[in-house]
Ligand binder design. Structure first.
Ligand code: BES
Ligand code: ZN
Length: 854
């Protein structure tokens, strides 16, 4: 029953080897007889052989299944069980395949297929989990209708589509929309619902439910509002209506990812749907709204139009991330969302694209597809769509999307299909643009300028460093949004989009009275690294005057990085001009508080490490940490007289509301509080902790106090108050590690793994501790190597239980080549130790080998 361990390197799958399945699947009927250790799954599937099939073999995937019986057209058959599935002789004409298998959901700690979480049954089939439920062509280009019967004693029995009947101990569902198996879902448990309804624009009533464990019903209202807003938005902006009578969302405690878009039955990590003011922060509320939208939007971009194969993953994920970002921008603030996304892109995607795990948004090979749900596929995949929209314009984008939905509804598609609708809608040749899908690596764009006789010239040169398996890179199409400012701050040229297509290319602007200050890559119009020789004075000018809010923030971010770098490399003091500029901005009440909070948030220490590495300096994590501390301390002193007033001015009165404006104020208030705590030793934070009636303020106060090593009593109080709330306890676990000093972080994390409430089988809890360790830059990279050792030890322990989560967390080591040889040697030992583990999963094997080789 257990998966065999790879003895040699696992099999590699290639995009170029794609062959369609040799049979049509006309209808699938499934019966589940639920039992924790011995669930029986009966399948009855109508297959029709295709004429001239490229691969006529009848192969069904299957993993960890006990085959009880198999029949074709009612007669028993004996299929041959082979690696990863079975093969069987079949008639040349349409036939009915029936099989009965037994599976063990209670023993399923990998959380793929059918498993149990807090006493309920649930499923996770994407990408290749359905093969752990029954024998089936488990590939996204095989689409069929599903009818499901569930037999079990649980109060609630759910599957995809519309309910067709139920009685004591059973329920039946039918999903009329053909779908791939990865969108199958089943949930059974003693759940309670938060019901609502939505009327579509064509007047159809849809029943909506959020299903949770008893006790959580008070945490559903926000998610439900987010769902209704998403449904309305997709109608208004993309003209897409919902297509079933019912839409169910279920919250589960044990889940590898954030959430899953199963047709009509979305399954959510409880952390991504349950929300209340007392237990969730503003950041949680924003994330919940976005992820509910994301999974809902998949109904059209993913479900109605799905992927031909998993190499095309960004077809649905890049597009759906792009759509959920548009939604969040519309619901909240467009510039703030853009800045947040670029921060995330640089924190997660740039390291990936510039290290051993670099791969194109459409990879051409994989060993384990779960390892390719990456920042590159998702975030860069979304950036590519943003560039496409910028290049063709909003109207053409809308026309291309209409064509995409018209032409491909009900199909399993490729990136070629996607680009073709843009070519057909606009007449544009996108062959060069397509390189964005096949080339890995972040382009570097060098800019130089020239001004003479009223003519201003910008010259761009692009190049992309080699990435694993890809050495020569061709120039790409790069949309560069540029505006020009006059030296006294006015805009002399509004934003226009320059299309860079050559390795080197110049653009001229005539009739410019005085040498302008350029604002380049406005709105971060392309996911590139801009290299330009400029001065801090010019950056400060842009920080004060740029009309593009993104570039305004960007100028501040560059100044922050520059000063941090010179503090580390030259022992310089924090840059006075930058401190002055920050002070001015923070006190400028005309600016959006959320924007001010972002300007006040320093670049991460990992980002500074990358910056140093890019400049040829080996980063010393301890020095980067010290510089961050010194900078924050100096800023606090500079702002000393204004902090109390700013604190008061940003305190939101009245009952907590998770709206964008209040959240922005609280974010700024939290930044102020952390600075204030450096001066008053935590007096204000302690008062705020006492008075807080919402998690955002309680958490901000606790974080400030713990950072100041003065929060022991509050940390204990927090634990006492929330110990029976798992999601809040995840915050508590993470905060202990995140706030620990560099030399203490590994010890704190290690102690927490021995805590009575630590549970390695729960991905949220494991990530709370180990993710926080990896995120504590100076702690993880402490010269003792204790951070590396602890993470490796825990990854090895988790691997046999949950390969998917283990493999994802290996990415913490992907930046290892940035650091000094002593640290590299320490990391290498740990990576090799992981790789040498007997029975290592193919997920983790692939990740660690790639990190070592790159
Ligand atoms: N389809 C994915 C969930 C998924 C990922 C299933 C990997 C199986 C393997 C879902 O639509 C998704 O993308 N979820 C994201 C959140 C989203 C807001 C980007 C997640 O779970 O992190
Ligand atoms: Zn998705």
């Amino acid at each position: 029953m257990k998966d065999a361990a790879p003895t040699t390197a696992p099999e590699t799958f290639y995009l170029k080897d794609y062959k369609p399945f040799g049979f049509e699947v006309e209808a699938v009927e499934l019966t589940f007889k639920l039992a924790p250790n011995s669930t029986r799954v009966l399948s009855k599937i109508r297959f029709a052989p295709k004429e001239n099939a490229a691969d006529p073999r009848f192969f069904l995937h299957g993993e960890a299944l006990k085959l009880i019986s198999a029949k074709i057209d009612g007669a028993p058959v004996t299929p041959e069980l082979i690696a990863g599935g079975l093969i069987c002789d079949t008639p040349d004409t349409p036939f009915t395949w029936e099989a009965e298998v037994e599976i063990d959901p209670a023993a399923n700690t990998a959380l793929e297929g059918l498993y149990m979480s807090s006493g309920m049954y649930c499923t996770q089939c994407e990408a290749e989990g359905f093969r752990k439920i029954t024998y089936y062509p488990d590939r996204p280009d095989v689409m069929s209708t599903f009818s499901v019967r569930i037999e079990g004693n649980e109060k609630v029995l759910l599957s995809n589509g519309n309910p067709t009947g139920s009685g004591d101990g059973w329920a039946e569902w039918h999903d009329p929309w053909p779908k791939p198996a990865y969108l199958f879902a089943l949930v059974a448990g003693d759940l309670v619902n938060h019901p609502d309804s939505f009327t579509t624009r064509s007047g159809k009533d849809v029943e909506l439910n959020i299903w949770v464990r008893p006790g959580d019903e008070g945490k559903c209202a926000f998610g439900m509002e987010a769902l209704k807003k998403s449904m309305k938005w997709d109608e208004d902006v993309y003209g897409r209506e919902y297509d079933l009578d019912i839409f169910n969302i279920v919250a589960v405690d044990d889940f590898n990812m954030g959430a899953m878009e199963n047709k009509g039955l979305n399954i959510f990590n409880s952390s991504c749907v349950l929300a209340s003011p007392e237990t969730s922060t503003d950041a949680n509320f924003e994330r919940i709204e976005a992820i509910i939208a994301h999974e809902y939007f998949h109904n059209w971009t993913g479900n109605r139009i799905t992927c031909r194969d998993w190499f095309q993953l960004c077809l649905k994920e890049g597009l759906t991330v792009f759509r959920d970002a548009q939604f969040t921008a519309d619901m909240r603030s467009e510039p703030v969302k853009r800045i947040e996304d670029v921060i995330a892109l640089r924190a997660r995607q740039f390291p990936e694209d510039n290290g051993p795990l670099a791969h194109p948004p459409r990879p051409e090979q994989f060993q384990e597809i779960n390892n390719f749900y990456t920042a590159t596929v998702y975030e860069k995949g979304a950036e590519v769509i943003g560039m496409l929209k910028r290049l063709v314009g909003d109207e053409n984008y809308a026309a291309a999307l209409d064509l995409y939905f018209d032409r491909h509804d009900g199909q399993a598609c490729t990136i070629e299909d996607w680009l073709k609708v843009f070519e057909d809608a606009t007449g544009r040749d996108l062959s060069q643009f397509k390189l964005w899908y096949s080339q890995a690596g972040t382009p570097r764009v060098q800019v130089s300028e020239d001004y003479a006789d009223g003519r201003y010239t910008l010259t761009f040169e692009q190049s992309t460093p080699p990435t694993p398996g890809q050495h020569d890179k061709a120039p790409r199409v790069i949309p560069i949004a540029v505006g020009l400012l006059s030296p006294n701050g006015g805009e002399v040229r509004a934003t226009e989009v320059l299309e860079l297509t050559e390795a080197k290319q110049s653009f001229t602007f005539d009739g410019i009275a005085a040498k302008p200050v350029p604002s380049i890559l406005r709105e971060f119009s392309a996911p590139v690294i801009l290299e330009r020789e400029t001065t801090n004075a010019e950056r400060a000018f842009l920080l004060a005057h740029d009309t593009d809010p993104f570039n305004r923030w960007e100028a501040g971010n560059a100044l922050a990085t520059e000063t941090r770098v010179s503090m580390v490399t030259e022992g310089a003091a924090p840059d006075g001009a930058y401190l002055d500029a920050l002070e001015k901005l923070v006190r400028d009440d005309t600016l959006d508080p959320a924007f001010r909070a972002l300007v006040l948030s320093p670049p991460s220490q990992s980002e500074i490490a990358q910056s140093l590495h890019d400049r040829g300096v080996t980063p010393d994590p301890q020095k980067i940490y010290d510089a961050a501390e010194t900078f924050a301390q100096t800023l606090a002193q500079q702002l000393e007289t204004s902090l109390p007033r700013l604190y008061a001015a940003t305190t939101v009165d009245g009952p907590y509301q998770p709206d964008a404006h209040g959240a922005g104020l609280r974010a700024l208030n939290g930044r102020i509080l952390s600075l204030l705590t450096r001066l008053d030793g935590g007096e204000q934070a302690a008062r705020q902790y006492q008075a807080a009636d919402n998690m955002t303020q309680q958490y901000a106060a606790l974080a400030s106090l713990m950072k100041a090593e003065n929060g022991e009593s509050q940390s204990q109080a927090f634990f006492d108050q929330w110990q029976s709330d798992r999601l809040v306890m995840d915050k508590w676990f993470a905060l202990q590690v995140a706030c620990a000093a560099p030399d203490a972080a590994a010890g704190v994390a290690s102690d927490l793994t021995g805590h009575a409430l630590f549970d390695m089988k729960n991905p949220n809890r494991f990530r709370a501790v180990m993710g926080a360790l990896a995120g504590n830059h100076a702690g993880f990279h402490h010269v003792s190597g204790a951070g590396y050792q602890l993470l490796a030890k825990n990854l090895i322990a988790l691997d046999s239980l949950n390969p998917q989560t283990t493999a994802r967390m290996c990415a913490a080591f992907q930046t290892w080549k940035r650091y000094d040889s002593a640290r590299q040697a320490l990391i290498r030992v740990e990576l090799e130790r992981i790789l040498a583990t007997e029975g290592l999963s193919r997920d983790t094997h692939e990740m660690v080998s790639r990190i070592l080789q790159g």
